[in-house]
Design a protein around this ligand. Structure first.
Ligand code: NAP
Length: 467
C-alpha cells in the first residue's frame, strides 16, 4: 500500500506564514474530508495573525474580529503553531521538503514600493509598510525615526492604506486611546502638530482605489473635515463611461460630491483629497523635509483599456514636513522558491509554484494570498483564494504517491529546532502572551496593549503566569 493510502498516515502540510492567507489555508485543509491531516503553521514572529495584527488599522476592530475564527483554527488538535521560526533562517527548504508532503507559502507582500523621485530618502519621507507597522506595534518598526512637529503631511496614493494613514494622522488621540494602537505611537500622536493631511492621487477620482466605506468613514471622524475641490469632480468622458459600469467608483464619486458640497470649515483638523497630481521631488531645508514639488497629470488611454496618468509639466510646490508613500506593497524572494520578477510574486500558476524557465509546477509546493496574486484585496478575499489553492493541493495528491515516504516524522521538527537553539513559540505560549496583552488592555479599557518587541514577548512567555 502506498503511504498516502494509509488512513493512519496523515497528509503532512507546512504552512509558512500565519497571516490571514495562511489561516484560511489551514481552515480549508481542515474542512476537506478526503484525508486525515497534520498541519504545522510557521511564522517568523512569536505572534500569529500577520496583517490582522500588524496591518489592519487599530480603529478597525470589526476587521480584526476575524482573529476569533483564527483562534479556533489554532486550537484544532491537527494544527501546531511554530512561532518565532523564520523560514530561510531557522528552518530551511530542504528540511521542509523532507518533513512534509506539501508546503504552502503564505508569506505575503511586506516590502514597500518606491516612487523613484529625487529626495525620496530624505528623513521623514516614509513608506507605508513602515508607518503602518509603527502605529500597529510591528517589532521591526517601533523605533521608526519620525518627526510629527510639522503641521502638514502629504500621503501619496489613493488606496485604502493611504486612507488608513491619513485617518491615523488626524484622528483625535483620545479616540485612538480606546484602540490597540501601539503605546509609543499613541504617545507621539498625542504630541503631534499635524493638522492637515493631503491625500494625493495620481489619477482622477473615478480611478481611486479606495473603497466607498473607507472614504465615507473619513467624514465621521471627530473634529476633522474632508476637503474636496468641486472642480476635481468634473471628470472626463472616458472616466464617466467607466464609472457607469463600476459601482464602487460611482459610490466614491457620490461621497466625494458630498464632501465638495460641504464648505463650512469649523474643525481643527482636515484631510484634503487632491487628484491628478504626482510628486516629482521632495525638498529638504537644512536636512529637514520641507516641501514636495508635484506635477499635475492628465489622463491618457493605455494599452490595457485603462486610463493612465501623464505629467503635464505644470508644477506646484506644497509645504509639508512628512511624506508617506502608500503606493502599494511588494513581495520579495524567499529561499529556494522561484520568484516572478514581472508580477513581483512567487512564481506560480493558480497557486502551484512553477519553474520560471519551463512553467512546470514544482510538486508539493504552493502559494496563497498576496505572495500568490500580489498585494490586492481585502482580508476576506484571501479565503476563496486559499480554498482554490487547497483545491489544487488535493487534486495533486495522486501525483505525490510515488514520492511520499515515511521519513516525514512529525516529531522531528520541534526536536531539530530546539536542538538548534531556536526559541520556538507554540500556540499555548502565544495564548499566554495574548492573555497578558488583553489583561493589560482591560486595565485601560482597551482591547489589548500590544507588546512590541520580540525579547519582551519572549520574556512574558517564559515567566510564570500569576494565577
Ligand atoms: P492599492 O489599493 O493598490 O492602492 C495603491 C495606490 O497607490 C493607488 O491609488 C495607485 O494609483 C497608487 N500608486 C501606485 N504607484 C504610484 C506612484 N508611483 N505614484 C503615485 N501613486 C501611485 O494598495 P494599498 O492601498 O496598499 O492597499 C492594498 C490592499 O489592501 C487593497 O486591496 C486595499 O483595499 C486593502 N486594504 C483594505 C483596507 C480596509 O478594508 N479598510 C485597509 C487597507 C488596505 P493607480 O491606481 O494609479 O495605480
Amino acid at each position: 500500500m502506498e503511504l498516502l493510502d494509509d488512513p493512519l498516515r496523515p497528509l503532512r502540510v507546512a504552512v509558512i506564514g500565519a497571516g490571514p492567507s495562511g489561516f484560511y489555508t489551514v481552515e480549508a485543509l481542515l474542512k476537506q474530508a478526503e484525508r486525515t491531516i497534520a498541519i504545522d503553521l510557521f511564522d517568523r514572529f512569536p505572534t500569529p495573525y500577520g496583517l490582522v495584527r500588524y496591518g489592519v488599522a487599530p480603529d478597525h476592530p470589526s476587521i480584526k474580529a476575524v482573529s476569533r475564527v483564527f483562534e479556533k483554527t489554532l486550537a484544532d488538535p491537527r494544527v501546531r503553531f511554530y512561532g518565532h521560526v523564520a523560514y530561510g533562517i531557522d528552518i530551511h527548504h530542504e528540511e521542509l521538503k523532507q518533513w512534509y508532503d506539501q508546503i504552502v507559502y503564505a508569506v505575503g507582500a511586506e516590502a514597500d514600493r518606491r516612487m523613484g523621485i529625487p529626495g525620496e530618502d530624505t528623513a521623514n519621507s516614509l513608506a507605508a509598510p513602515a508607518f503602518v507597522g509603527w502605529y500597529n506595534g510591528h517589532p521591526e518598526f517601533c523605533q521608526l525615526p519620525l518627526d510629527l512637529s510639522c503641521e502638514r503631511a502629504l500621503v501619496v496614493g489613493n488606496g485604502n492604506v493611504a486612507i488608513d494613514i491619513a485617518r491615523m494622522l488626524v484622528s483625535v488621540p483620545e479616540d485612538l486611546a480606546r484602540t490597540d494602537i501601539a503605546d509609543h505611537a499613541l504617545e507621539r500622536l498625542r504630541a503631534s502638530h499635524i493638522r492637515e493631511v493631503i491625500l494625493l492621487g495620481r489619477r482622477g477620482p473615478a480611478q481611486a482605489a479606495f473603497t466607498p466605506a473607507e472614504l465615507k468613514e473619513l467624514g465621521k471622524l471627530r473634529d476633522v473635515e474632508v476637503v474636496v475641490d468641486p472642480r476635481d469632480l468634473n471628470i472626463d468622458s472616458a472616466s464617466a463611461v467607466a464609472v457607469e459600469t463600476n459601482r464602487e467608483a460611482a459610490q466614491n464619486l457620490e461621497a466625494l460630491s458630498a464632501y465638495a458640497a460641504h464648505t463650512e470649515r469649523t474643525a481643527s483638523r482636515r484631510i484634503v483629497l487632491r487628484f491628478l497630481a504626482s510628486p516629482k521631488e521632495i525638498i529638504a531645508d537644512q536636512g529637514k523635509l520641507a516641501a514636495v514639488v508635484i506635477e499635475r497629470n492628465a489622463l491618457v488611454p493605455s494599452a490595457g483599456a485603462t486610463l493612465q496618468a501623464r505629467g503635464t509639466g505644470d508644477q506646484e510646490t506644497i509645504q509639508a514636513g512628512l511624506v508617506v508613500r502608500a503606493v502599494g506593497y511588494r513581495s520579495t524572494p524567499i529561499e529556494q522558491v522561484p520568484f516572478d520578477d514581472m508580477r513581483q510574486t512567487l512564481s506560480n500558476v493558480a497557486g502551484r509554484i512553477t519553474r520560471p524557465d519551463t512553467g512546470e509546477p514544482i510538486p508539493g509546493e504552493y502559494a496563497v494570498g498576496w505572495a500568490k496574486r500580489g498585494p490586492t484585496g481585502l482580508i476576506g478575499n484571501n479565503k476563496p483564494d486559499a480554498v482554490a489553492t487547497v483545491g489544487a493541493m488535493l487534486a495533486d495528491l495522486p501525483a505525490l504517491q510515488g514520492i511520499a515516504h515515511d521519513r516525514r516524522d512529525p516529531y522531528q521538527v520541534e526536536r531539530v529546532l530546539r536542538d538548534r537553539g531556536c526559541a520556538l513559540v507554540t500556540s499555548s505560549d502565544w495564548r499566554k502572551l495574548d492573555r497578558y496583552e488583553r489583561a493589560q488592555g482591560e486595565l485601560q479599557g482597551r482591547p489589548r496593549v500590544k507588546v512590541t518587541t520580540v525579547p519582551e514577548m519572549m520574556k512574558i512567555i517564559r515567566q510564570p503566569e500569576r494565577p
